[in-house]
Design a protein around this ligand. Structure first.
Ligand code: HEM
Length: 544
C-alpha cells in the first residue's frame, strides 16, 4: 500500500509538470513569415492552415491532459482518503533502527519516548527496535488499550535473541509463555506466598550474617542483593541451598542476560553466542536435578517438596501430557532470569533512596520496629507481619516508579487496529514502556522527587504506574518481589542505618537501571540493637 501511495504521488508529479515540457509555441509567431521560409515555398496561407491544424491538435492535447490530470487527481484523492494513516515517526538506521538510542547507557529511557512523543504524536509513534518496525503506545490510555487487548488484537512477543537463548525446544514462544503463566500464577498465588515468607526471612538473616558482615562494615549493595535474590530463586524454585551449587549456576547468568537483547548472529565470541552457550550450560546443570526430582515424585511418591520444579512435574496439559525435560529446564531458567536481577535492582534502589532521605528512613524504621516489637524475637516473619508494612510498601513502589527495573515489553499485532486515529497493521510489533508514564508531571507532580506519599490512599491514576506490566500477561511475581524486599528491609533497618560511600553515584541504563559502582555503602550498627537479627537463632525451615 505504501508503494501504491508513493506511485500515486509520482503520477501527480508527472501530470503537474508535463505541460511545461510540451507547451505549444505562442500563435503570434506563426502568423509572420520568417525570412528563411519564403525561399522554400511556405506561403502565408499554408502557414495559416498549418497554424489552425496545430491549434486544434494543441487544444485536443490540452483537453486530454486535463482529463488525465483530473483522473489522476481523483485517484490520488481516493487513495489518500481511503489509505490507512500509519503512526508517524522514523525507523532510524538499517537493522539497528533506533535501538541504540533507546538503550543508551547515559539516558533514561523516558527521554527516548518524550522526544518522539513531542515530535510526532503524544499517543503513538513509529520506530524500529530489535530489527522490527514498531509502534510505541505511550500514555495511560495506550497502556490500557494494549493490556486489555491481549489475545484479541495483540499477543506477547520477544526479540529473536531472547527467544533463541531462553527457549530450546520448537514451538510458538507465545503459546509456551501462556502455558507457563498458568504455572506461575498457581505457584505464586497468595496462599502459596504465605509459605515462602519464613523461608525468605531465614535466608535474609543468613546472608546478613555472612555476606553483608564485613570487617569494615563496607559492602556493595547491588551485587550482594543479586547474590541474595539468586539464592532465593534457587531455593524457592528448586530447593537448592548448597552455596557452591548456587554459585555454579549463577556464574553463567550474566552471559545469558547480556545475550538477551543482542544481535542474533551466532558467531563465536559475540554476546548472542555466549548467551546460547551459557543457557545450555545451565540446562545441562538442571537436567539431572529434574530427573532426580521426577524419580522422587513418581517412585518414592515424595510430595513434601512442592517447589516450582515439582509443581511443573506434577502438572499435565489438556491431553494428559507432562512437560519435556527441556521445557522444564527452560521454564526454571526463565524464572531465575525473570526474578533475580529485577528484584535485586529494586532492592538496591530502596537502599539508595533511603540513604538519601533520612525522613523516609525514620518512618520506615518506626514501622519496622513496631512489627518487630509485636513478635517474639525468635519468631520468623509471616505474611500478616508483611501486611502491616504499609509505609515500607509505598517506599518500594516509589523506588519502582523512579527506577523501573524492566524497561517494558513487546507485543505482536494479530489483527489490524486503529488507535488515536492511526492504523497499526497486523504483523507489526508494539513496544510499551514502564518509562512512558512514570515521570509524567500530569500524573506525578514534581516527578523527580522521591515521595512515597504518592502511593497513599488510592495511589496513582490507573495505568500510570506499570513496573510489572498489566492485563493477562502482568508479571506473576509482583507480590513475591515486594515481599522479598519488605523482609530484607525489615532485617536490615532494624539492625543498621547506612550511608552511601559515593554520594552522587551515577545511575546507568543497560537498559536496566544500575548504580554504576554497585552502590557501595557503609553499614552503621544502630545503637538500640534490641531488635537486631544478630541475637536471633538461624531457624531451620522446611523447603517451600
Ligand atoms: C521487581 C521485580 C520484577 C519486575 C520489575 C518484573 C517485571 C516484569 C514485567 C514488566 C513483565 C512483563 C509483563 C507484560 O508483558 O505485560 C514481567 C513478566 C514476568 N515476570 Fe516479572 N518482574 C519482577 C519479578 C518477578 C519475579 C520475582 C518473578 C518470579 C518469581 C517473575 C516472573 C515473571 C514471569 C514468569 C513473567 C512472564 C509472564 C507472562 O508472560 O505471562 N517476575 N515481569
Amino acid at each position: 500500500m505504501r508503494a501504491l501511495i508513493t506511485n500515486q504521488f509520482f503520477l501527480w508529479d508527472i501530470f503537474l509538470f508535463l505541460p511545461l515540457f510540451i507547451r505549444p509555441k505562442p500563435a503570434a509567431k506563426t502568423t509572420s513569415i520568417p525570412l528563411l521560409a519564403a525561399p522554400i515555398g511556405i506561403t502565408q496561407r499554408t502557414l495559416t492552415l498549418h497554424t489552425h491544424t496545430c491549434a486544434m491538435e494543441l487544444l485536443l492535447a490540452s483537453l486530454l491532459l486535463l482529463a488525465l490530470f483530473s483522473l489522476s487527481f481523483l485517484l490520488v484523492f481516493h487513495f489518500k482518503t481511503n489509505s490507512p494513516k500509519f503512526p508517524p515517526g522514523n525507523t532510524g538506521w538499517p537493522i539497528v533502527g533506533e535501538t541504540l538510542e533507546l538503550v543508551s547507557e547515559n539516558r533514561t529511557p523516558d527521554k527516548f519516548i518524550d522526544e518522539r512523543r513531542t515530535k510526532h504524536s503524544p499517543e503513538i509513534f513509529k520506530t524500529s527496535l530489535a530489527g522490527e518496525t514498531m509502534a510505541v503506545l505511550c500514555s495511560p490510555a495506550g497502556n490500557k488499550f494494549l493490556f486489555s487487548n491481549e489475545n484479541k488484537l495483540v499477543v506477547s512477543w520477544w526479540p529473536r535473541s531472547l527467544e533463541k537463548i531462553t527457549m530450546s525446544s520448537r514451538g510458538s514462544a507465545a503459546e509456551k509463555a501462556k502455558r507457563n503463566s498458568g504455572f506461575f500464577a498457581e505457584f505464586l498465588k497468595p496462599d502459596a506466598l504465605k509459605r515462602y515468607v519464613p523461608i525468605i526471612d531465614s535466608m535474609v538473616m543468613q546472608h546478613l550474617e555472612t555476606e553483608w558482615n564485613t570487617a569494615n562494615n563496607q559492602v556493595k549493595a547491588y551485587p550482594l542483593s543479586k547474590k541474595f535474590t539468586f539464592a532465593v530463586g534457587c531455593k524457592i524454585f528448586m530447593s537448592i541451598d548448597d552455596s557452591e551449587h548456587v554459585a555454579r549456576l549463577s556464574e553463567p547468568y550474566a552471559k545469558v542476560a547480556a545475550g538477551l537483547l543482542s544481535v542474533p548472529v551466532n558467531f563465536p565470541g559475540t554476546n548472542f553466542s555466549n548467551g546460547i552457550k551459557a543457557a545450555n550450560f545451565i540446562r545441562d546443570e538442571l537436567t539431572p536435578i529434574i530427573e532426580e526430582r521426577r524419580r522422587k515424585l513418581y517412585d518414592e511418591k515424595e510430595l513434601a517438596d512442592p517447589n516450582l520444579m515439582s509443581h511443573i512435574l506434577l502438572s499435565t496439559d489438556e491431553n494428559g501430557m507432562s512437560m519435556t525435560k527441556n521445557d522444564i529446564a527452560d521454564t526454571v531458567l526463565g524464572a531465575l532470569l525473570a526474578s533475580h536481577e529485577t528484584v535485586a535492582i529494586a532492592m538496591s534502589f530502596v537502599l539508595y533512596y533511603l540513604a538519601d532521605h533520612p525522613d523516609v528512613y525514620a518512618k520506615v524504621l518506626k514501622e519496622q520496629l513496631e512489627v518487630a516489637n509485636s513478635k517474639e524475637p525468635e519468631n520468623l516473619l509471616n505474611r500478616d507481619d508483611c501486611q502491616k508494612m504499609k509505609y515500607s510498601r509505598n517506599v518500594i513502589n516509589e523506588a519502582l516508579r523512579l527506577q523501573p527495573p524492566a524497561v517494558g515489553g513487546f507485543k505482536h499485532v494479530i489483527s489490524d487496529f486503529t488507535y488515536a486515529g492511526f492504523t497499526v497493521p497486523k504483523g507489526w510489533k508494539i513496544f510499551w514502556s514502564t518509562y512512558s508514564t512514570n515521570k509524567d508531571p500530569k500524573y506525578f507532580p514534581n516527578p523527580e522527587k522521591f515521595d512515597p506519599s504518592r502511593f497513599e490512599d488510592n495511589g496513582p491514576a490507573p495505568y500510570t504506574f506499570i513496573p510489572f506490566g498489566g492485563g493477562a500477561r502482568m508479571c506473576p511475581g509482583a507480590e513475591f518481589s515486594r515481599l522479598e524486599i519488605l523482609i530484607f528491609v525489615h532485617r536490615l533497618i532494624t539492625k543498621f542505618r547506612w550511608e552511601k560511600l559515593i554520594p552522587d553515584e551515577k545511575i546507568v541504563y543497560k537498559p536496566m537501571p544500575i548504580s554504576v559502582d554497585g552502590l557501595p555503602i557503609r553499614l552503621v550498627p544502630r545503637e538500640n540493637k534490641a531488635q537486631s537479627c544478630s541475637g536471633l537463632a538461624m531457624l531451620e525451615v522446611q523447603s517451600p
